[in-house]
Design a protein around this ligand. Structure first.
Ligand code: BGC
Length: 769
């Protein structure tokens, strides 16, 4: 049916209907009544995204009073004016709101704040801070007339090659869940919703629309679903976004075992599930699975649903369940309250929040001879094209349309450093030239963000002059990645030849002149460091720290702020060291295709051969050497841990430890709680992170006692033989760690009898693993 036909059809139908029934309008407490008053066509339209013009006699042909449109927002839900149902607006995240910054015939601008990317936020290990950032983002959602932020991204960093890792938090589900819950609480405190995504298993971008992620039930529950479970239980997101991919056979969008049995029946979720932005898939299967909303929505889906109900292929009562949940969602939205948004969030205040939150997620990887914070440094030579073309965030739907990105030059100059202008001019000319080449070849479309400019080769004569003229050299290395494709190993995970030469020449020359070199990593993901980390004096992992990035980096380099971030993922020596590399796309030495990762025309799968051995779970157990371990991060000061105490509680334990700043500068410390289970039960990793806490700012000599609570459920592992979460009796070792390789103190905790929670035997692997 063509659009016009639908409109006319609806106009007639709704017109006659409204003359027959008394006008019921949606209110917070009459959802059932409204559902009863809806026609089949209206129900089908409500579960399919978009906001088609509906003419009805009751509204004189006008779209509903509450209907709004926000240019550049990713999607909408349908308004049904005669029933007082407003349209609602769904906009992308997670690093900020993604809408068009300019509108036709409008002089105003609609820029949003570019906050630090998800990985950077997670590396703060500071749930309170993430909640504060969430509040600012939620405020921009509200004030720009949107209802739901399509964030946070919660997929697991199964491999450093995943193009979207910058949007996600960690290789660990506990960090992922806790940080996501804080983010959701922050955004939703503003009276708008979130959509935790992509539920689930979307840990690769290669063929993300079709790939079957084949995994054991245990890996699914413990690694890939656990973070979502925590966020759902602790923060009640208004919406969940199902992923594009399949898991163990069916598409997640069509999987009732995932969207109903696990999500709703086991975890108690009562919000709506929407699809990722797919076209036509099996509409009936999605409704039956409990996927309430199909985004972005098209007319063929509406017609298909109507036909299926009429032919009996889909029960109207099944459709009603989804419609009712959407109505329950609608009454919570700003659109329903007819909130008068300003289009003027306080961008200056939010810029301050992004500047300071970014520094807290930065990870100091190396700092020999207390190179940082700089002292007595007046002049600097700044190498690396990314210094002049700083990267605030990744590409794709997670790219925020921000008004500016502060680069390293601005940041360092405003911090009072003299940046060598000869070198800067050389890079600026190079940047202008390279940008003109990329602009000419760039593909239009959705505006996927700026690609990375190739590094410039700098000759030794130039470096020699710089080493004479400056007190210190900074080299910024950049990486860019994003939605739709995965990264590559050569020259992306590893250094390019030009980069390796640059680091070697700058380090050799500056060191000969007795001057230090600092490398700043401006990326959203992990890269190879083992082969070159010995060369520079200091390495600061700045991540993609948002629009104020240059200021944030300068704050840390100069000591105005200090880094207190720690890694939420392992930095391996080589990609092939990761067990996931046996089946991840784009790995040079991976197993032959057909074993773990296969692409035959309609049958593309990735077998998770490593099971639960993702990231540090594998490295800590196999004791394989890494470049930087999970949980690692240096500080400008030092901390000691003392007085470890573990107390049994009614349903678990509390663990506390006292942290003292024993250095000479202020700082904050993250304490990671690792648990090693007694032998004899299920096979477990050597240790697993079960909780974490961060101190407030501690001045030299100050102490703080951190207390973390754990339930027996938190300690449990998933037993496929009994389909239960089980915590075996015996002696547990509770370790307080500064990283997974640096567990400072341990205490034991004994459990006398087994604890278990029975689950459903669902989502079995579709192939042998
Ligand atoms: C992405 C989602 C995003 C959606 C709407 C999809 O391609 O996978 O993360 O929210 O588009 O832009």
């Amino acid at each position: 049916m063509k659009k016009k036909t639908i409109l006319v059809f609806c106009a007639i139908l709704l017109g006659s209907f409204s003359t027959l029934t008394a006008q019921v309008k949606l209110q917070a407490d009459n959802v059932d009544e409204v559902l009863k008053a809806m026609t089949l066509e209206e129900k089908a339209m409500l579960v399919v995204g978009g906001n088609r013009q509906i003419a009805s006699s009751a509204d004189n042909g006008m779209i509903g009073a509450h209907a709004r449109r926000v240019p550049g927002a990713a999607g909408m839900t349908q308004a049904i004016p005669r029933l007082g149902i407003p349209s609602t607006v769904l906009t992308d995240g997670p690093a900020g709101v993604r809408i068009s910054p300019r509108r036709e015939n409008d002089q105003n601008t609609y820029f949003c704040t570019g906050f630090p990317v998800g990985t950077a936020l997670a590396c703060t290990w500071n749930a309170e801070l993430v909640e504060e950032v969430g509040k600012c983002i939620g405020n921009e959602v509200l004030e720009y007339g949107c209802d739901v932020l399509l964030a946070p991204g919660m997929n697991i960093h199964r491999s450093p090659l995943c193009g979207r890792n910058f949007e996600y938090y960690s290789e660990d589900p506990i960090v992922t869940g806790k940080i996501a819950a804080a983010y959701v609480r922050g955004v939703q405190s503003q009276g708008v919703g979130t959509s935790v995504k992509h539920f689930a298993g979307n840990s690769q971008e290669t063929n993300r629309m079709n790939v079957d992620e084949v995994m054991s039930q245990r890996a699914l529950r413990e690694i890939y679903l656990k973070g979502f479970e925590i966020a759902v239980r602790e923060a009640a997101p208004w919406t969940v976004m199902s992923s594009y991919n399949r898991i163990n056979g069916p598409y997640t969008q069509e999987n009732r075992e995932l969207l109903t049995t696990i999500l709703r029946d086991e975890w108690g979720y009562d919000g709506i599930v929407m699809t990722d932005w797919t076209g036509l898939r099996n509409t009936a299967a999605q409704i039956q699975a409990g996927n309430d909303l199909m985004e972005p929505g098209n007319e063929s889906q509406i017609n298909d649903l109507i036909d299926k109900v009429k032919s009996g292929a889909l029960k109207e009562s099944d459709l009603d369940i989804c419609v009712k949940r959407i109505l329950q969602y609608l009454v919570k939205t700003p659109a329903f309250r007819a909130y008068k948004y300003s289009n003027k969030p306080d961008l200056d205040a939010h810029a301050k929040v992004t500047r300071s939150s970014a520094t807290e997620g930065m990870v100091l990887l190396k700092n020999e001879g207390k190179t940082l914070p700089m002292s007595g440094v007046k002049t600097v030579s700044v190498f690396g094209v990314t210094s002049y073309d700083f990267i605030a965030g990744g590409t794709g739907s997670g790219d925020v349309n921000k008004a500016h990105t502060i680069d390293m030059m601005q940041g360092l100059s405003e911090a009072g450093l003299q940046v060598n202008s000869k070198l800067a001019n050389l890079y600026r000319d190079y940047k202008t030239y390279q940008s003109s080449l990329t602009a000419a070849s760039s593909r239009g479309g959705r505006g996927w963000g700026r690609p990375l400019l190739p590094e410039m080769a700098v000759g030794l004569p130039i470096i020699n002059v710089q080493a004479q003229e400056s007190d210190l050299a900074i080299i910024t290395l950049g990486r860019q990645a994003g939605e739709g494709s995965d990264r590559h190993e050569d020259g992306d995970f590893t250094l390019t030849d030009v980069e390796r030469q640059l680091i070697t020449d700058v380090c050799n020359t500056f060191h000969l002149a007795g001057k230090p070199v600092v490398v700043v990593l401006n990326m959203g993901n992990v890269m190879e460091t083992a082969s070159w980390k010995s060369m520079p004096d200091a390495i600061l992992l700045a991540w993609q720290p948002g629009q104020e990035g240059g200021y944030s980096v300068a704050d840390v380099l100069t000591g105005k702020a200090y880094p207190s971030g720690k890694l939420t993922m392992t930095w391996p020596n080589n990609l092939i060291d990761l067990p996931s590399s046996a089946s991840y796309p784009n790995i040079r030495q991976a197993a032959p295709r057909g074993r773990g990762n296969n692409k035959v025309e309609f049958q593309d799968y990735t077998k998770h051969l490593e099971g639960i051995n993702v990231g540090y779970r594998y490295f800590a157990t196999s004791k394989k050497e890494v470049s930087y371990p999970f949980g690692f991060g240096l500080s400008y000061t030092t901390f000691t841990y003392s007085k470890p105490v573990v107390k049994a509680t009614k349903d678990g334990l509390t663990a506390s430890v006292t942290v003292t700043n024993t250095g000479e500068r202020a700082g904050k410390e993250v304490v990671e709680l690792y648990v090693s289970a007694p032998a004899g039960g299920l096979e477990k990793p050597a240790c697993e992170l079960k909780a974490f806490a961060k101190t407030r700012e501690l001045q030299p000599g100050q102490s703080q006692t951190l207390t973390m609570a754990l339930s027996l459920y938190d300690l449990a592992s998933y037993n496929e033989a009994t389909q239960s979460w089980e915590t075996a009796p015996g002696k547990y070792t509770i370790g307080f760690g500064a990283s997974v390789e640096d567990i400072r103190l341990t205490v034991t905790y004994s459990l006398s009898k087994q604890y278990s929670v029975k689950c459903h035997d669902v989502m079995k692997p579709s192939m042998e693993l």
